[in-house]
Design a protein around this ligand. Sequence first.
Ligand code: DMJ
Length: 642
Amino acid sequence: MSGGSAPLPYSMRDVGAGGAYNNAKFRHRSRLKMFVQSLATNSSKYRCGKFTVGKFLSLLMVSGLLYLFLHKSPEGPVPGELHGKEVHSNNVRRAPNIRTFWRKPPRLPPRLPPNEIYKNNSLLQQSPSEWTSRQKKVKEAFEHAWSGYRNYAMGYDELMPLSHRGTDGLGGLGATIVDSLDTAIIMGADDVVSEASKWIEENLMKRISEKGQVNLFETTIRVLGGLLSAYHLSGDDHAGSGDSGIPASYKKANPERLLEVSKDLADRLLLAFTSSPTAIPLSDVILRDRTAHAAPDGLSSTSEASTLQLEFSYLSRVSGDPKYDREAMKVLEHMRTLPKVEGLVPIYINPSSGQFSGENIRLGSRGDSYYEYLLKVWIQQEENRDSSLKYLFEMYTEAMRGVKHLLVRKTVPNELVFVGELPFGRSGDFSPKMDHLVCFLPGTLALGATKGITKKKALESKLLTDEDIENLQLAEDLAKTCVEMYFVTSTGLAPEIAYFHIEGNAEGGPDGGNKSNKYVNDIIIKPLDRHNLLRPETVESLFVLHRITEDPKYREWGWQIFQAFEKYTKVDSGGYSSLDDVTSLPPHRRDKMETFFLGETLKYLYLLFDESNTLPLDKYVFNTEAHPLPVMRSVEQASHSV
Ligand code: DMJ
């Protein structure tokens, strides 16, 4: 990973003249300094014997002027002199005289980025920082979302916040409860932790033994992932560094019970792997029957089959049973052998043949987390990165090259960078369509570039290759596009899918409704794509990019998005609703609160506004449903700490 490239600017605040400080006072002071220096130079000349009467008179005049410049005003300090900004306005109003014109300018506080002002300004030291108070608002939003769910839908998968009911869209395992538990632990939402863990302890085992069909992928990422993350955060599993940064005083769940339930669930899910004739698992499991079957068309989504390994590998580590890891890793080992298009893969795979099906290539639905897990599984098993799992990072790297070569384009007229699709493979036409789901990619690219440490540290340690730097730049460009998908609409919330204007493509379409947005002509939002499901991908990437680049703009963007959720999706009686149309005001609401709003969207916003480094990205890896699992140390390292 060594590149030896010259250090680049870390962010715009590092490249501006004068760096992080207001250099106005230094400009004034340097003029004075030059004057005194010239005087000193002249004086030394006098000592050299070229003294004349004319020069003596000049010296007297100059000394008199100098006295006037430095002497305190007889009227005393100008009101507001202690506060830099007010001094300037006073100077404008007062009749200028030579003393005020030449007075030594006041010392101004350093001009720091907004988030640092609060840390450094002693006047504000007693108040909570702006970001801490914004973070508190996210926690309140989480508690509001939970209250709606608890009051009207406890035990169901999801809340219908408008009709005050629950619905079981994910097989009936109380998915919102399990998806929320680790978020509640991270936020210190103790009441939610108590209610959620009590329900899990009393009901989930029974549900798992009685319920019918569940989707392998959804149940793994939301339920198994949620259980395992809460298990890790609730006790010392000795798998990671144990350095989550979550205060010890925050309420935790019962880890033994969580592990017991996890194993029971995973044992049933494992049938999807073991019942398949190939390494590719079947898509669905009947929990109570302990049977598995393929989807009606016989196909699995590529992302679904390849987004199971973080969870199953971690379970093997903490349970001591290698079967979970073994079955899940077979999928990636098999996919390694399949033909690809510059590392890119079709969005369907056939568990009967083990081959990809069709040619449709995209990083949106059914493709997305294949690319995410290539990187994250490699990151998770630190001890194997340079050996048995090296192929995963190679697959990831090749795929990102393929993305840059085949899928990345710029819009007209304003050059937004986006990732399009190849619905008919590499020989078919390029489609300038991007799902909101693709907005996970900026975060993944940034993580892949620095492996979770800050860009500053990575550059200082010369850990970034030119390719890493290019990927990080692409991450930043794509994140901008993702936020513009929000800002370009009337509500400030993104549609499910956007199309982009590109050179030579005459296809037009309606805009997002915010005519004052610069990119209103670059982004097309078609009528059927205008809904918003409270999805997390953009704020997920903002969180990762903020951690890695330390650029405050990512927080500001996240705050704007959070405010739009508050304004248009909050339901007074509890919960938040999806929207039918983000381009119209007021937007029509949809009667559903997705579990990932609590599991992911609010968690990432909370962590984005976090002033400490809770769940550091070089020690934790977030599964695709935002459930943090530890980067696993080797068994030897772990046993030393027991
Ligand atoms: C989540 O369930 C996961 O993030 C998944 O990878 C993609 N879709 C949703 C959120 O949008």
